[in-house]
Write a protein that binds this ligand. Structure first.
Ligand SMILES: [Zn+2]
Length: 410
């Protein structure tokens, strides 16, 4: 898809991030993907920075972290939605709200007419035109290795570890995070991880109207395209909240729906609802299943996150144990032998056989044609494809802006 050019502006979100980071505003801000990847101080890692291609394009996106709707003057999105909406069922209605409140619904769970995963763990749509979700891995003794909710502003230690282990994973990126932390997103794809979408604002998808659910997926894809130069072909619903109506919208956008069989519940530790020990037990139980032969005929997926230091540290702690328990840990797309992970044809994933024989790297080239305007090269890969050169502003300028805002506020 071709991205229009927008005027430059500072968003309230960007300002908010700067305000939150006021105490750290004198820390240096990242100036490039390579520069960002070198930062190890968590405060510096999570100091907001200016990246012109994102700032210049913000008018074309919904407000970052707010539930998405189609941007009012976005005729391209409107046209795509008009086309897709024709194949979206109109007899499946939103469930509850986008915050996961289903108290006022009277859904028939036993019959499960909508194949609503949240209620029934259904992954085979009732609507015969839709493909089944990916919930397990066809390769035996194999784990589909992936992480939700990135790119996180403080993921360098985790990505350093994955690089050290020569381990690739599937990263389910939130559109708003991609625009907030573009250099971190670039690092993921440039180091060979597979990128899938994880919606624009991370809400319960079955609570959205069909048009807004489309916007949640569409703008997350567009954010990934803007920053990484590729259009994803897979997505994971936040909280696993998907039904046939949402699946039809995803299918219309060319997105394969990827779920999981086991949940580490690492994401819930920060809420205090469960303890770290319980998360470790979930990992241990999953590993025990691998060791007792549960996955001898079909591999599996466990839900884990690039969400915070706990989830990433736990992933690092358990990586050697998972490696021991499973024969192979591979990105989901690799396990599916999905060698073309993006719409653009100048990228490829290794086949499963290639990956397990040591060729774990994503290949990219500038020679392949594409229906999009991607201009990725073999050396720069995804980063900044087709967008202007990186521009930065200094910490001093950021500090001045913040001080000005604070003075206005008091
Ligand atoms: Zn998530």
């Amino acid at each position: 898809m071709r991205l229009p050019v927008f005027s430059s502006k500072f968003t309230p979100n960007a300002v908010l991030v700067v305000l939150i980071n006021f105490s750290a505003v004198y820390a240096r801000t990242a100036t490039s993907e390579a520069d960002e990847a070198q930062i190890t101080d968590p405060v510096e890692e999570c100091t907001a920075y200016y990246y012109a291609p994102v700032t210049d394009a913000l008018d074309g996106f919904p407000t970052i972290w707010q539930p998405a709707t189609i941007v009012s003057n976005d005729t391209e999105a409107q046209n795509i939605w008009a086309n897709i909406s024709q194949s979206v069922p109109t007899n499946i209605f939103p469930h509850g709200d986008i915050y996961g409140d289903w108290n006022d619904t009277s859904y028939n769970v036993a019959e499960d007419p909508d194949c609503w995963w949240t209620k029934s763990l259904c992954t085979t749509p009732k609507l015969s035109t839709l493909p089944s979700d990916v919930a397990s891995i066809p390769e035996p003794e194999t784990m589909g290795y992936g992480f939700d909710d990135g790119p996180n502003c403080s993921h360098n230690a985790f990505y350093d570890y994955l690089l050290e282990q020569n381990q690739k994973a599937t990263m389910f990126f939130i559109g708003s995070n991609v625009l907030d932390w573009p250099y971190e997103a670039m690092r993921a794809i440039d180091e060979g991880h597979e990128i899938c979408a994880h919606t624009w604002s991370h809400h319960y998808m079955t609570g959205f109207s069909s048009e807004d659910a489309f916007a949640e997926l569409y703008y997350s894809m567009k954010a990934i395209k803007l920053v990484l130069g590729v259009t994803p072909t897979c997505w994971r619903p936040p909280f696993g909240d998907v039904d046939d109506r949402i699946r039809a919208i995803a299918e219309g956008l060319g997105l394969q729906t990827i779920i999981w069989q086991y949940d580490s519940f690492d994401w819930e530790e920060q809420s205090g609802n469960i303890t770290a020990a319980q998360v470790y037990t979930n990992y241990d139980n999953f590993i025990a299943k691998a060791e007792n032969g549960t996955f001898n005929t079909e591999g599996s997926i466990m839900l884990t996150h690039e969400l915070n230091n706990f989830t990433m540290q736990t992933a690092v702690t358990y990586y050697p144990k998972l490696k021991d328990a499973f024969k192979y840990l591979v990105p989901v797309g690799v396990a599916l032998n999905k060698t073309q992970p993006y719409v653009e044809t100048n990228y490829s994933l290794p086949t499963f056989d290639e990956y397990i024989s040591g060729n774990v790297t994503t290949n990219s080239s500038s020679s392949s044609s594409s229906s999009s305007n991607s201009t990725s090269s073999s050396t720069s890969q995804s980063s900044s494809a087709g967008v202007p050169l990186i521009q930065t502003i200094s910490s001093v300028l950021l500090a001045s802006i913040t001080l000005g805002i604070l003075m206005l506020a008091v």
